[in-house]
Design a protein around this ligand. Sequence first.
Ligand code: 2U9
Length: 344
Amino acid sequence: MEQLLQQIATYKQEIEKLANDGTEALEAYRIKFLGTKGIVKNLFTEMKNVAADKRKEFGLVLNDFKQLAESKYETWKQTLESNSSAAAASTIDVTLPGDPLPLGTRHPINLFLNHVISIFQRLGFSVAEGPEIEDDWHNFTALNLPEHHPARDMQDTFYIQQKPDVLLRTHTSNTQIRAMEQNPLPIRIICPGRVYRNETVSARSHCFFHQIEGLYIDENVSFADLKQTLYFFVQEMYGKDIKVRFRPSYFPFTEPSAEMDIQCQICGGEGCAVCKRTGWLEILGCGMVHPKVLENCKIDSNKYTGFAFGMGIERPALLKYGINDIRLFSENDVRFLRQFTSAI
Ligand code: 2U9
């Protein structure tokens, strides 16, 4: 008993002298004093060698020593933990700005298209989309383009060489043909999308561009409906005071056909380089759907009539945003793309 008490006193002194060194020293301490083969455990096994009448007294001393060893471990551990979080905090400057997440912007072509779409949606048109890879029937034949029509020429159309019946659509009219074949009447749709023409790429024209076309078929649809619908559209797009004119034109898929001009937005009608001194800008083509086109889609042309229109997107978008090269739209240069917002 004497000997054990002496030992405990020495261990106590050893513990009191220990500095709160790093985690390795702490672990070594834990193993030495508190481990399964450590000093505290060993002293408890010595209990059996102590005389029975002294055991209670020895037990109190031993418990006291165990508590001391354990509380030393806890305070040491906490000191190390608070030191390391303080060190970490001192290396992080919480006032620095965070890393910005790169945010994308809408493409100017889509901004323009979405604006056009929203105007026609308010008139009850819904959006229809169709395939960019198309067959001859839906792109040409159903639209009353005779076999030797110049628009079918290799110059204008990209054909798939191995399959002469397959081509890249030259307009979105294929979508209207598909809608007429598949849906019950009346039909009131707008068809936005990308189209392809076999043309030399330059600052003014490209071998692919975007169009939006519209189609309305019902009983008693008239040219007056067409004019009023398009007049509403340009007023919404370019302002209530916009001046318009319709000129007779020709398209194989419409009869009669017309082109619609708006007063030049650059010179206000005075005449400038953009409007080629005419004071007018051509913005779309339109007409009453040709009876042959209706019949091609199994629609009774004696009962139903319809109007259609089509416009290119790139040209008016170039004008609206003051862009001087159509190729910029498809180069994906983020310095260009970042400049456009939806403020229409
Ligand atoms: C069906 C019947 C008729 C769509 C039309 C135009 C006139 C037109 C051009 C504008 C500039 C093409 O992008 S552009 O080069 N389009 O002038 N498009 S009428 O007529 C249709 C469409 C579908 C079934």
